[in-house]
Design a protein around this ligand. Sequence first.
Ligand code: IMP
Ligand code: MG
Length: 332
Amino acid sequence: MIDYVDVIYGLAWGDEGKGKIANVLAPKYDLVCRWNGGPNAGHTVYQNGKRYKTHLVPSGIFSGKRCIIGPGCVINPNKFFEEIRYLRGEGFDTSLVKISPAAHIITEAHIDYDKRHLGHLGTTGQGIAPCYSDKMIRGGKRAVDVFESQWLWDGELHGKVLCEGAQSVWLDIDHGDYPYVTSSTTMPYGACSLGFSPRKINRLIGVAKIYDTKSGTDPLFPTSLWDDQELDEVIQAGGEFGTTTGRKRLVNWLNLDKLIQSVKLSGCTELIINKCDVLEKVGIFKVYHKGSLHNFKDLSEMKVFIIGAIGDAQMEGSDIHDITFSSHQEAL
Ligand code: IMP
Ligand code: MG
């Protein structure tokens, strides 16, 4: 029986540091699950002072938890086994990883199509959109067709469950800036595709960042911003280069209106604003709100402003009862 489900997800365009937060929280749970995406995701976590990078395996692997890759995920078997070998080599118990028989398989043809035809959307080139497309047209291969039974999940969920999102609200297929989105449901309700009722959800932990970034193309991040020297300092100080692609990310000051919108849309109950140490390092503190760019003398002044604006939004109906400002280095 499931006790409850908590969901961690991104409130912006990905790369908010969800993986690090999930890794910190994972020890309190029995299961850690992924519900969407595949090798397009890149999670960087620190465990006992060492840095690990994963793409598909949930962060629960670092604390010895059973890890589920749900039916809404897409899997490239070669990449999956590469990640399994890497994690096993680092001493983690990979027999804890189970895949839903209904998860879809990325083929070479999917990757080829993505690379040839979808580059203008700034995709990660991992075959994501073609694979989901074959799923929808009901012509795709599934995990049950290619994986040995030892890897397959029996569909059981029990105890305290943590669901870990990949990508984020503004990359959601329905809610993002289409077509500059990914092909899955990144909204936290997508977690229910693992096989539980929405009423089981307890905490909705939304992770944001104190400035905005986007990997790949998006007209919301005009290329004119590339010439902005202050923003370039943020990129360098924040290490804003893709985990999966190595590409330099597009960057802008935090759009607080969009953050408030994603908080409301997703029903966020706890907000974590990450990477505050990056702005402190750069020494510039700016936020867009209601059409103007506000400038602050330090981080505390900026925090007060953000808390105030979210407080006002609360009056209009959002569910947040906790805001944490977190640092990239410490992740909480
Ligand atoms: P796709 O998911 O490879 O089709 O890429 C679609 C868009 O989502 C591109 O703009 C990617 O850069 C972006 N994207 C996909 N996965 C991630 C992620 O894990 N973090 C950040 N951006 C992502
Ligand atoms: Mg990432």
